[in-house]
Design a protein around this ligand. Structure first.
Ligand code: F6R
Length: 621
């Protein structure tokens, strides 16, 4: 939540700040702002409620500046407004701060600062940080040549302020009187630094840095960095100065282009054949009829000794975890539980020593998933991270893991990450199965089915025009049911979530047979039921559920295997997809559901890539 950027160097800071904020807009987009510092010690702030276009519109006439910070907000404390937008000034304007995170004790700090005479303009928790830094600055004895002492007194000032905070932050501070330095700090909210040639960059994730530098440094919790145009020093709260660990950024600026698509979401839906191929590249071991992974960091013996798996995640990643439960139970014959990370972190489940945790996440920054991971590690369980974003906090803190390699997912509604997670989980289930009972020939058959998957997804995407027609017919409806069984129950949940998120239509996902225990009361001629009914062991049973809905006058949209003529006599609309093995069906059945949500949202004029109230990366509890 919230994106922050910072620049110091010879170029016009505003150019990087705006590019960076646009790339981070997925993290929050209710308001944005910048603070620019000229060498004449003049601090200019521009900020505005609304999208970055609104900010750009008010940038006219700002002075040239080569130092600046910027922020795009997802409101936590205080409504989205010009006043609550960041940056926030501290003291009499000696410092400006941008912040991502939540300060839990801000009310008590605010009361104290107010009684000390500090004036607050906003309802945010961040303004407390700005005034705190300013108040600590006052206590700092004058230093004649800050550069000569490597700005250590300023580090001490910021550290003194941070030590009073309870909560999380990724933040950057600029000082009116030291325009040649930026200070950045992290506890719980991500910060990536870009090392340039005579210039340095700050961002909440690596995406803003693509095209500017390929040398990046991940700041760790309790670390602070001091940036000038030609130096970067990192300090740890307890360990003092730490050596820079420079990583190479693989991301290219072009990877984030929308190409000829109208929206990122549509582009990402159509990228799925390639993202699934990437997830499998080099990971199928034909000789041993199994899957192989480079970074599990646990020996086959250790993995074999695991008796139970707990998958933890949020939202769409949680749905992928549920698919994983069915797939692991069927291929690896291992008991699996799927826990919402927000529940697991406060639960005390009786897990034995042979329990392995999977943390599933696209962003690798979701606060609840990270907290659950830490809690499970604290209890001594090994955690494997299944992440998309390379170098993200969850990727770093997991004991081992598997990257999705899906490429940047920018649309707020997750699509290709889901299918890649399901693919990686299927490969992991194959691997765990082969460590146990699964025979060579069964393993070889599964590998063959996995190999065919990208082409099957390509074929499934051909339903797009049909889905568009169906979407036009039902776009006016205000309630939808999504029904599926077994492997397709989690997909029903995912289809309902997609529709809710981007078209603001109420939708419920249910196990098809469970529907008659309550939700069937919702059925009327205005409430379509989307049935997931590819061929499989429960096909006939689901068919009976279709009959039950039709008998009550509800419209039925059926997602069926190509050539299925049976459902046609009952369903109002049919969308055909290619047949695959049951354990791979969620990866195929989700395609028409993603497209249905997309086209309905387009028909209703919704903001597809930036739906209201949401942000892509939920880094607050
Ligand atoms: C839904 C969606 C969210 C995320 C959830 C977890 O389309 O995007 O439900 O799936 O916030 O995010 P990650 O996977 O980044 O942990």
């Amino acid at each position: 939540m919230c994106g922050i950027v910072g620049y110091i160097g010879p170029r016009e800071a505003i150019e990087y700040l705006i590019t960076g904020l646009r790339r981070l807009e997925y993290r929050g987009y209710d308001s944005s702002g910048v603070a620019l510092l000229t060498s004449e010690r003049h601090l200019t702030i521009r900020k505005s409620a609304g999208r970055i276009d609104r900010l750009e519109a008010i940038l006219g006439g700002i002075p040239a500046a080569s130092v600046g910070i910027g922020h795009t907000r997802w409101a936590t404390h205080g409504a989205p407004s010009d006043i609550n937008a960041h940056p926030h000034l501290g003291g009499d304007g000696e410092v400006a701060v941008v912040h991502n995170g939540v300060i839990e004790n801000f009310q008590s700090l605010k009361r104290r600062l107010e009684s000390d005479g500090y004036k607050f303009c906003s309802a945010t928790d961040t303004e407390v940080i700005a005034h705190l830094v300013a108040s600590c600055l006052k206590l700092q004895p004058p230093v004649e040549d800050m550069a000569a002492v490597q700005y250590r007194p300023l580090v001490a000032v910021v550290q003194a302020a941070l030590s009073q905070l309870q909560g999380t932050y990724g933040l950057t501070v600029i000082f009116r009187d030291w325009p040649e330095v930026l200070i950045v700090a992290r506890l719980g909210s991500p910060i990536v630094l870009g090392v340039g040639d005579g210039e340095n960059f700050i961002a909440s994730d690596a995406s803003p840095l693509a095209g500017y530098t390929d040398k990046i440094v991940y700041l760790a919790d309790h670390e602070m960095a001091v940036l000038t145009a030609d130096s970067m020093r990192v300090y740890h709260r307890d360990a003092g100065h730490v050596d820079l660990q420079i990583h190479t950024l693989e991301l290219k600026a072009g990877d984030m282009d929308m190409g000829s698509y109208d929206h990122y979401m549509l582009k990402e839906i159509f990228e799925q054949p390639e993202s699934i191929e990437n997830a499998m590249r080099g990971r199928l071991d034909f000789d041993a009829a199994t899957a192989k992974f480079g970074g599990l960091n646990l020996t086959p013996q250790q993995l074999r000794s695991m008796r139970r798996i707990v998958m933890t995640a949020c939202g769409t990643s949680w749905h992928a975890g549920m698919v994983g439960e069915y797939v692991f139970e069927s291929l690896a014959r291992m008991p699996v539980e799927v826990e919402y990370a927000s529940e697991l972190r406060y639960k005390n489940p009786p897990l034995d020593d042979h329990t392995l945790i999977f943390a599933l996440t696209q962003s690798g920054e979701t606060a609840d998933t990270l907290a659950a991971l830490r809690e499970m590690k604290r209890k001594g369980h090994p955690v494997l991270g299944i992440c998309n974003v390379v170098g993200s906090t969850i990727a770093q803190e997991s004991d081992g893991g598997v990257y999705l390699r899906a490429g940047p997912e920018i649309g707020v509604a997750s699509t290709k990450a889901f299918s890649s997670q399901c693919t990686v989980l299927a490969m992991l289930a194959l691997y765990f199965g082969r460590l146990r009972h699964l025979s060579f020939s069964a393993g070889a058959r599964i590998i063959h089915q996995l190999q065919e998957l990208p082409d099957k997804v390509r074929q499934a995407l051909q339903c797009s025009d049909k889905v568009k027609e169906v979407a036009a017919k039902y776009a006016h409806c205000n309630n939808f049911l999504y029904l599926g069984r077994q492997f397709n129950f989690p997909t029903a949940l995912e289809g309902a979530l997609k529709l809710k998120e981007i078209s603001y239509i109420h939708a419920e996902g249910y196990p098809a047979a469970e529907m008659k225990h309550g939700p069937i009361a919702l059925v009327d001629k205005h409430t379509p039921s989307v049935f997931l009914m590819p061929h499989g062991q429960t096909y006939d049973k689901v068919m009976s559920n279709v009959e039950e809905i039709k008998a009550r006058g509800g419209p039925v949209i059926a997602i069926v295997c190509e050539g299925d003529r049976e459902v046609g006599r009952l369903a109002d609309d049919m969308i055909e997809i290619p047949a695959v093995e049951e354990f791979l069906q969620p990866i195929i059945t989700v395609i028409p559901l993603q497209l249905l949500a997309y086209y309905i949202a387009v028909a209703r004029g919704c903001d597809i890539d930036k739906p209201r109230n949401l942000a892509k990366s939920v880094t607050v509890e």
